[in-house]
Design a protein around this ligand. Sequence first.
Ligand SMILES: NC(=O)C1=CN([C@@H]2O[C@H](COP(=O)(O)OP(=O)(O)OC[C@H]3O[C@@H](n4cnc5c(N)ncnc54)[C@H](OP(=O)(O)O)[C@@H]3O)[C@@H](O)[C@H]2O)C=CC1
Ligand SMILES: O=C(O)[C@@H]1CCC=N1
Length: 277
Amino acid sequence: MSTATTISFIGAGNMASAIIGGMIANGFNAENIWVSAPDDQHLQAIRKRFGVSITTDNRYCAQQADIVVLAVKPQVMADVCRDIAPVAQNTRPLMVSIAAGLEAATLDNWLGGGLPLVRVMPNTPSLVGKGAAGLYANSQVSDDQKASVEAVFKSIGSAQWVAQENLLHAVTALSGSGPAYFFLMLEALEAAATKAGIEAGTARELAIQTMAGAAEMAAQSEHDPAQLKRNVMSPGGTTEQAIHTFEDGGLRELVEKAYQAAFSRSEVMAKELAGDD
Ligand SMILES: NC(=O)C1=CN([C@@H]2O[C@H](COP(=O)(O)OP(=O)(O)OC[C@H]3O[C@@H](n4cnc5c(N)ncnc54)[C@H](OP(=O)(O)O)[C@@H]3O)[C@@H](O)[C@H]2O)C=CC1
Ligand SMILES: O=C(O)[C@@H]1CCC=N1
């Protein structure tokens, strides 16, 4: 990505902040980032935190950039896109949507048609440079534009292109929503350990370090997760009692059910919102 690349974010919430924070921590120049949202006080806080330029005018924000990231909730996306469409048609930036569900053709239609558009499904650990994003480009996107957007998301974690757009539903249910699954596991482990008498701060520290250590080991090891799990399960020891409890309690089926629920919701959102024209 060129150091002169300018990026505008329409929407300044959890996900936009995570991406911006990750980019700046990785050396991207805050002067080349614009952010717009309706609430000026919220924007002032973003400026203070990251040193980016801010405006409550989405059109003005979109006009500043080579890449425009649409980072609002799916339900307000139609209004936002229709509002900035004249500007986008005039300056023809690379449009990037991070919204769950919303299809490229629907977005492009709201933006007036014929624009280069990449859909990205990122996740909040982008803030700490450990994001995981799936990307899909429509046919208007050039190779250079693909390289630029890939560079942005690689700078804050892993970025993987998917061959078909509908695979983004599968990415959303895996890595888009995924951080919440692991935060739930942390909450549950911390609660169990606290009940057993460990001080809450200590329980959290040990649980987090265990999760981070397991993830790092899985990333670095030549063994698959099943083997790594077996390596912890000493015969007749403690771990096998816990793992058998998880298996007997139907954890795998529950994970599959939860994954499918997120996947289906993404599909339903795509259908519902595609009808919003
Ligand atoms: N959170 C996550 O983990 C992930 C979210 N996403 C996607 O990212 C998108 C944003 O989600 P998230 O950041 O969680 O949501 P938030 O609610 O945290 O942020 C939404 C932002 O949009 C702003 N906004 C609302 N209306 C407008 C408008 N008309 N013009 C400009 N900005 C507006 C809000 O402004 P204000 O601050 O003033 O209220 C807020 O800053 C969604 O489409 C979601 O599907 C994708 C992957 C992961
Ligand atoms: O829950 C959501 O809809 C968004 C998309 C993936 C993570 N958060």
